[in-house]
Design a protein around this ligand. Structure first.
Ligand SMILES: Cc1cc2nc3c(=O)[nH]c(=O)nc-3n(C[C@H](O)[C@H](O)[C@H](O)COP(=O)(O)O)c2cc1C
Ligand code: SF4
Length: 598
């Protein structure tokens, strides 16, 4: 190892001790070190690799993989504007430019005094109160030019973010419609006691009877997942709560963790009781780091009350505890096997499946991965039984579903409806008028036109993980598709070629169309690439990356056609545009300096 600065050793040692020098906690260690040192230098990486007894390439690949880790200085204040389509609709680009002007900055460059940098990031989960930004991972919502001015003044004053007035960081729940989950009063321990009274096998039977299906997207039956984990031969099992919530337009898990954490933790504990797992993890997206403190306090209270830890409720051998693990800005880590890699302190690249996590997950042991909302629903089943639960919703989609409603409507926020609700009913309830499209289930989901608004939210009709983005009559659906193309090109983890190349080609073609140089060739190519990704990409990210864009092409073709050139094909390289700068520098404007126009 090269000569080490004392400050690195002094800062890193207590952090390493706090994390018990456990290399699976590498992301947590890097978060803490970056908070102290601003960035992860090559020297720091070398030191950590040595201390954790892991290859330096593992540390380097983790720092490179996650967009919230930095190997170069990025400023005492790191500002990231949320760039979901709903933020764009609320004017985030103008606010971004306004801030850059006020701070005399260009995007993603650190000010000369090392004070601040400003950039864009994918959806931060605040679409009901956008436009939003993160400053040193703390969210600020409802941005206006005035608020941007105030933030710039505070930044220039150098006051650390944790000393800023707390009202800047207020995040509203915006619960607009509550049903059996959001309207039922919570009493700590009731659900765990009810599950224990039934016994592990009966609780599993109730789960299967309820036909509860996962709320994270795929809709797998939760009881069957638990049974597979319970029956897998092993000395250890794990429960993971997937709180990565990276799907653009979704924010219901944020609300559940902010105000219904007891439901989440009890759901996890019941999963532990039923499957025999003794350790649980909440994998929390870094954008929700502001929630960590309140979640830790809640966990401490549960431990103090005897609902977590050793011999829960005084029952010998009923041990279960929960640890919170922060992600670091990678949408793909919502995919359950990528999440497990990340939990193990590695880059979040999806594993080959099978084997599935239920038999071979965290540390290759049987692992249940469930969404935040799924785990909340478990508490209803524990308290009221599977037969009762099965009575709500539709045959294949029982119970209620939380929708994160944003975009062009009077009342954006959280809506809890029984499964089977029509799209048109949701639109009416949230005060949406003159709607031309609804994007269901985020950028990977489905784009519905008005003639489809009679459809129902349900696994057997329109499935969703929860995102419900509304576009009114003045919106350009080409802009929506362009935002999705940029999102996937940014979030592709780069592991497999169909997705790595496909998503960036689709983005390039969409940008070419936006610049007025696209033709029918590009439209056909985008559709062809969608098919390639669907058939050959390694994980769900690439397999779904082209869906919504192609939906927009099919259903909103005039929005694309108006950008298209009438020529059969135009090269991507624009010679005339490229020569413009040379003409400016050489002060030439004669005919020969306009080769590209010929
Ligand atoms: C690219 C990608 C991102 C995902 N993101 C999430 C997420 O943020 N939260 C989530 O619960 N599931 C997400 N999933 C689905 C998970 O892989 C997994 O199916 C889910 O967590 C299982 O929980 P459930 O059975 O309770 O739905 C994602 C899947 C893919 C392919
Ligand atoms: S499909 Fe995309 S995100 Fe998934 S493994 Fe391949 S490159 Fe990574």
């Amino acid at each position: 190892m090269t000569h080490l600065t004392m400050s690195l050793v002094e800062i890193a040692t207590p952090i390493l001790e706090r994390h018990k020098r456990d290399h699976t906690r590498l992301l947590q260690i890097l978060h803490d070190i970056q908070d102290e040192l601003d960035y992860i230098s090559p020297e720091t990486m070398e030191y950590l690799a040595h201390e954790l007894e892991i290859p330096i390439t593992q540390v380097q690949s983790v720092v490179e993989f996650y967009s919230f880790f930095h190997s170069k200085p990025h400023g005492k204040f790191r500002i990231l504007f949320s760039d979901n389509i709903t933020d764009r609709m609320l004017g985030n680009k103008d606010l971004f430019d306004h801030m850059l002007n006020r701070l005399h900055l260009t995007p993603d460059t650190v000010s000369e005094d090392g004070l601040v940098s400003v950039g864009m990031t994918s959806c931060t989960g605040m679409c009901d109160q956008g436009p939003a930004l993160l400053i040193n991972n703390m969210p600020i919502t409802h941005l206006t030019p005035r608020r941007i001015d105030e933030i710039c003044d505070l930044v220039k004053s150098g006051l650390p973010v944790n000393h800023w007035p707390s009202h800047y960081f207020k995040v509203d729940n915006n619960i607009r419609r509550a049903d059996e989950l959001l309207a039922t009063a919570y009493n700590m321990g009731d659900a765990i006691k009810a599950a224990v009274a039934k016994g592990a096998q009966s609780m599993l039977d109730e789960m299967k009877r309820s036909n509860l299906r996962g709320r994270g997207g795929a809709g797998f039956t939760t009881g069957v997942k638990w049974e597979l984990c319970r029956n897998a031969p092993s000395d250890e099992r794990f429960i993971v709560c997937n709180a990565d919530e990276g799907e653009p337009g979704t924010f219901k898990d944020r609300v559940l963790l902010q105000s219904f954490a007891g439901h989440v933790f009890e759901g996890m504990t019941i999963a532990g009781f039923t499957t025999g797992a003794k350790q649980g993890f909440v994998y929390l997206r870094a954008e929700y780091k502001y929630l960590v403190k309140s979640l830790q306090i809640f966990l401490d209270n549960m431990r103090a009350a005897g609902f977590l830890g050793k011999n829960i409720l005084g029952i010998e051998g009923f041990d279960f505890d929960i640890d919170i693990h922060l992600g670091a800005g990678a949408y793909v880590c919502g995919e359950e096997t990528a999440l497990i890699e990340s939990l193990e302190g590695k880059a979040g690249r999806p594993r080959i499946r099978p084997p599935f996590p239920v038999t071979c997950g965290y540390k290759n042991k049987p692992t249940v991965v469930n969404n935040v909302e799924t785990l909340c629903k478990v508490t209803e089943i524990a308290r009221r039984g599977g037969a009762w639960y099965e009575g709500r919703g539709t045959r294949q989609s029982t119970g209620t579903k939380l929708l994160s409603v944003s975009g062009d409507c009077a009342r954006p926020g959280i809506y809890e409806f029984p499964f089977g609700v029509r799209i048109s009913d949701v639109l009416e309830e949230c005060g949406a008028k003159d709607v031309i499209a609804v994007q269901i289930s985020g950028a990977a989901g489905v784009c519905l036109a008005p003639h489809e608004f009679h459809h129902r939210i349900a696994f057997e009709d329109v499935p969703t993980a929860g995102s419900f983005m509304i576009f009114g009559k003045d919106r350009d659906m080409f802009d929506v598709a362009l935002n999705f193309a940029e999102f996937f090109a940014h979030e592709s983890c780069g592991f497999c070629s169909p997705c790595r190349i496909g998503t960036s080609l689709v983005k390039d073609m969409m940008e070419k169309i936006a610049a007025g140089r696209g033709t029918k060739y590009e439209i056909n190519e985008i559709q062809r690439l969608r098919d390639q990704m669907k058939n050959f990409a390694h994980c769900g990210l690439g397999q779904t990356a082209g869906n919504a864009i192609c939906d927009c092409i099919t259903k909103f073709r005039p929005a694309f056609d108006k950008h298209l050139s009438s020529r059969d094909f135009l090269p991507a390289f624009d010679l005339e545009l490229s020569l413009a700068r040379s003409r400016e520098v050489t002060h030439r404007d004669d005919a020969d300096a306009h080769l590209g126009a010929k």
